[in-house]
Design a protein around this ligand. Structure first.
Ligand code: HEM
Length: 107
């Protein structure tokens, strides 16, 4: 369903150790996430992705809301071999909210 942007900003605190968004966002442990909603998987040129994500990107897969929700629920199940060391967001609302927040950097 529709996510809540303000709640999603709070959920994103869990991501901030590794990801940046907004003006001057840089790659950190993880790639910068500006434009992620609708972006092809593993598209940031200067970032060194796992083969798991590179292969998905090479197949032309795109991060739409459904793919993001599946990845964020259990990253290591969705993308076997991913180097995103994050257990996942167990709550469906948290996933929808953080995706709504990320979409504000994807316009
Ligand atoms: C990759 C989102 C938490 C490290 C990604 C990607 C997304 C994402 C969408 C794919 C990017 C792309 O294809 O360009 C998130 C969100 C998080 C989160 C929304 C919080 C809910 C974290 C944390 C870490 C991390 C806490 C570090 C401990 C990484 C790394 C990758 C990645 C290393 C690249 C994975 C690979 O190449 O297999 N993240 N992430 N992320 N993230 Fe996260």
């Amino acid at each position: 369903g529709e996510g809540d942007v303000a709640k999603g900003e709070k959920v994103f605190r869990k991501c901030k150790a590794c990801h940046a968004v907004g003006d001057d966002a840089k790659n950190r442990v993880g790639p910068m996430l500006n434009g992620i909603v609708g972006r092809q998987i593993a598209e940031v040129e200067e970032f060194s992705y796992s083969d798991a994500l590179k292969d998905m990107g090479a197949e032309g897969k795109v991060w739409d809301a459904a793919e993001l929700a599946a990845f964020l629920e259990k990253p290591r199940d969705y993308a076997k071999g991913t180097k995103m060391s994050f257990a996942g967001l167990r709550k469906e609302d948290d996933r929808a909210d953080v995706i709504a927040y990320l979409a504000t950097f994807s316009e």
